[in-house]
Design a protein around this ligand. Sequence first.
Ligand SMILES: [Mg+2]
Length: 224
Amino acid sequence: MITTVLIDIDNTLLDFDECARLSAEKAFADFGLPMREDVFAVFTAVNNFLWSQIEARKLTRDELHKIRWQMIFDELEIRADGEAFEERFVEYLFNSCVPVEGAHSLLEYLSERYKVFAASNASLDQQKNRLGKADMLKYMSGLFVSGDIGFPKPSKEFFDACFERLGSPPRSEVILIGDSPAADIIGGHAFGITTCWLNRGGESAADVPADYTVSSLAQIKGIL
Ligand SMILES: [Mg+2]
């Protein structure tokens, strides 16, 4: 019987893509750079690559912040100070809180039935601030965030730390909901907990070992 829900934040509860796009637009305006249509596609490709490196423990978040926007500007052949831009971008991102459709309703539903904890790869201050602004903190019994825990999803160390903080419940009582096949589903599956993959984009499910797959948050109410 499930008693505890771990739920990812970015692109699960908060629309990271939209938060990042709005933050980039504001920072482009601040730096007097013309916004181009291809910026967000390049941002997404570079950002996803760097986060896959972090999840594989080949890169740290500090290193990402040093190189992310410089890599994007190099790719776009834009001359700008990537590190200074990153700082401004992260300031905007810190306060960004566009919800994914159905997030409030799902959290309200889940928090009436289970203990709900966020499980996210990011800085704790940032995620706490964003969930607070989105009025979602009230549904959470706690936040497990890699910047605080010291290890990212999908590492065993991340899940070990979560379980220690949870008081070591049986793994059969815990479900992880998230959008990332690598960080959430493969990580949770390897740790031996139930997984629910939020696949809003209709990606191929061939290699994703999810116990449940949904295309919207609303569908989770039919499972839990
Ligand atoms: Mg995510």
